[in-house]
Write a protein that binds this ligand. Structure first.
Ligand SMILES: Cc1cc2nc3c(=O)[nH]c(=O)nc-3n(C[C@H](O)[C@H](O)[C@H](O)COP(=O)(O)OP(=O)(O)OC[C@H]3O[C@@H](n4cnc5c(N)ncnc54)[C@H](O)[C@@H]3O)c2cc1C
Length: 369
């Protein structure tokens, strides 16, 4: 694998010594942009649509086609995933439809995806940085002996047509842009909500290329015997919530988290926190927002007692409206909040909740919009 790290100016400004002509000849047989359409237990993960939007942009820049890759059992859910890939503007879909692909198992999915890559040679392959996507991307990249840039926050095409994959480094204090110089395909994962959700194009259909899976059940050591609830599935939607209320160390005590929950419940939102609250054991890790937690893009984000460190900021700056409550008028969060309130969050949150309760009471004509 040949990757090169450097601090990132905007990718468009990057120039590289070589041109595509200088790339090894066999690279030229790798064309088109692929997006892995993540289908788990019948549901397409929305990150796949976000990546199709991003993939469309890259494919148009390169003048190549955008393909979705659907791996699943012979079932309506698989056919629905194919239709959804076209609805989000894929030009074609590579489909492996086999009973072995009913539940995600690394061996079968890695074989299906690496076989497809070896047969049809995409130049760029994008996957969601979900639990499934991370597992699959790592094993596919390792099997293909190619480069993988994980958890990208920006993707672009360089002057010579190479993928410029930007991601945070040094604890989030720097961004670096990574190139896969010596191998193909160029692989990248992107976390849910990092890229914008594109409009549905409602393209009715397109070309489907079916591929076989030369694998038998006996070759797969992993057997799925059932699914257990992790007790956290109620949290699964934090990344896609329209309203999020989050708390930081400024709340002072674990008991005060109830103030967040009360406000979130009152206004129909979800709640989260900064990293130190997870480290203190005050909140579950899957409620952490930021670089090493969830990326969110709500319509409204209320941050109470959060300083606004860069590692938190990168997870929330896609919000439409950021309201920050902080006792320190110089807190960094006020640099990017739309509305800043200098106040003690422990007394302000219940007062705000009371106002919303009154405004939203049945019979009161005022509504939250
Ligand atoms: C590799 C790495 C990854 C990281 N990933 C993440 C991440 O994903 N998410 C994340 O959040 N952090 C992350 N961090 C940590 C990050 O750098 C900050 O330390 C963290 O975000 C600070 O949390 P905080 O704002 O809650 O606490 P603090 O920085 O301690 O800020 C507390 C804020 O509360 C204010 N305050 C105090 N009392 C009150 C009150 N009564 N009412 C209102 N305001 C009050 C203070 O003025 C202060 O601004 C990461 C760090 C590293 C090195």
């Amino acid at each position: 694998m040949g990757t090169r790290k450097r601090q990132a100016p905007p990718p468009a400004a990057l120039g590289r010594a070589g041109t595509k002509k200088d790339l090894p000849d066999h690279f030229k047989s790798y064309r088109h942009v692929w997006v892995f359409i993540e289908l788990e237990r019948g549901q397409v993960h929305p990150v796949s649509f976000e990546l199709l939007g991003e993939g469309r942009r890259l494919a148009d820049q390169l003048g190549v086609q955008l393909a979705g890759v659907v791996l699943g059992p012979p079932a309506d859910s698989t056919r629905h995933a194919v239709a959804e890939a076209f609805a989000y503007d894929a030009d074609l879909v590579y489909l492996v439809e086999k009973p072995l692909l009913t539940d995600y198992r690394n061996e079968a999915f890695t074989k299906a995806l690496t076989d497809l890559v070896n047969a049809y040679k995409p130049e760029i392959l994008l996957l969601g940085a979900t639990t499934l996507g991370r597992d699959l991307a790592g094993s596919v990249a390792t099997t293909l002996l190619t480069g993988l840039t994980a958890d990208c926050t920006g993707l672009d095409v360089d002057a010579d047509g190479s993928l410029a994959a930007t991601r945070p480094t040094f604890g989030g204090s720097l961004l670096c842009t990574i190139y896969t110089l010596n191998c193909r395909p160029q692989m990248a994962t992107v976390r849910p909500r990092v890229m914008c959700m594109p409009q549905r194009s409602n393209k009715p259909t397109g070309r489907v290329i079916r591929h076989d899976l030369g694998m038998l059940e006996e070759e797969i050591v992993t057997k799925v015997v059932g699914f257990l609830s992790d007790g956290q599935s109620e949290n699964a939607n934090l990344a896609y919530a329209d309203v999020v209320v989050a708390g930081g160390l400024g709340l002072g005590a674990a008991d005060n988290l109830q103030l967040l929950k009360n406000l979130a419940q009152t206004i129909g939102g979800d709640y989260g926190c900064s990293r130190p609250l997870v480290q203190k054991g005050w909140m579950a890790a899957d409620r952490q927002i930021g670089q090493t937690g969830k990326t969110i893009r709500p319509k409204l984000y209320i941050a109470a007692g959060i300083s606004g460190a860069v590692q938190h900021r990168v997870g929330v700056e896609g919000a439409d409206l950021i309201v920050a409550i902080n006792t320190d008028p110089n807190a960094p969060i006020f640099d990017f909040a739309n509305i800043g309130i200098v106040a003690d969050a422990v007394s302000f949150l219940p007062a705000l909740t009371e106002v919303f309760i009154r405004r939203l009471a049945p019979g009161n004509s005022s509504e939250l919009r």
